[in-house]
Design a protein around this ligand. Sequence first.
Ligand SMILES: *Cc1c(COP(=O)(O)O)cnc(C)c1O
Length: 399
Amino acid sequence: MPTPADTIATLQRLGAHNYQPLDVVLTRGEGVWLWDVEGNKYLDCLSAYSAVNQGHCHPRILQAMTEQAQRLTLTSRAFRNDQLALLYEELAELTGSAKILPMNSGAEAVESGVKAARKWGYEERGIPESEAEVIVCEDNFHGRTISIVSFSTDPMARNGFGPFTPGFRVVPFGDIDALRAAINPKTAAFLVEPIQGEAGVNIPPPGYFRQVREVCTERGVTLILDEIQTGLGRTGRLLAEEHEGIEADMTLVGKALSGGFYPVSAVLSNENVLGVLKPGEHGSTFGGNPLAAAVARTALRVLIDEGMIENSAALGAYFLGRLREIRSDKVKEARGRGLMLAIELEADAGPAKAVVLALKDRGVLAKDTHGSTIRISPPLVITRDQVDWAVEQIEHALA
Ligand SMILES: *Cc1c(COP(=O)(O)O)cnc(C)c1O
């Protein structure tokens, strides 16, 4: 048996160093819990960046996956399969979408949404060919492809990866006047996260998204909400757009769409925007495969049937309240919505990474971001006792 140190050495020697993970070697997960190879148990407060909202190895999703895997896994979209229609129906019913495009990773959903929005801009809005613009926000995170990093404002995501894809314009997040001023006759779409997750759980001012919806409707701009992280219960609603009672023209979902079993993403659209795609213009070998469809359909059912969205709202509010009660001069602010939470440290409190390491030693796995923020996003099946226990560990780790 290799020791954890052997495993880490192999990972470092043979793997690209595009991540700097905590040195914990995990081997098993169940619900909110993870175990390392030495048998230490941890409360997962990252949920694979919100891809395991349903909890690790959820038995119903596991069953759907193994049953479907024994029957049919992949046909490609050259033929039809009997599972995809069932996923479409589930998604359409839950989200009110009229057209759906299944993909695999989140980045592919973003790329697909931008492609469709550009084409819609040319065909429906008469934007001159190859001149469409998409407005995005400062500090956005939408994935890692060349086109997506082309409109990132994070130097680490961009530097050394040019030349970049043109056609993007950046405005500050949460600033409706800046959005208004940036829109011009070539603007096809506004692509935005309801809450900026990777940037440190940035919540825009109340009413921002109602105004965004109004401005986009008024100016004929496609509103694309990237709900890959905020969606599927994370913020206490199925989609975060519901907090302001709006509907995007296109909504991107991924991550928890499979409950963490398998990469499944989708573009959810009104009739018009995805309606511009014709046979041969876009595709994916694995997108919409029967295994993905069966897993995703069950992952959605589980969220609804087991009250996970309500639990996210109730325990998120409770968790945030408890975090705000922590008396520590290291803490600048605790913020969040549902179970998408963060603690921001004071500038002189030292690196958030030190707190994250102390948390690991106390059996809580969380992730620092941008030096001073600790993100806390446990699976949506967390209980009140587990929240209380986590808060106790956070208090100790801060001390
Ligand atoms: C994770 C994430 C993505 C990218 O998803 P991948 O599956 O890693 O490609 C895009 N947008 C947001 C908001 C995300 O959190």
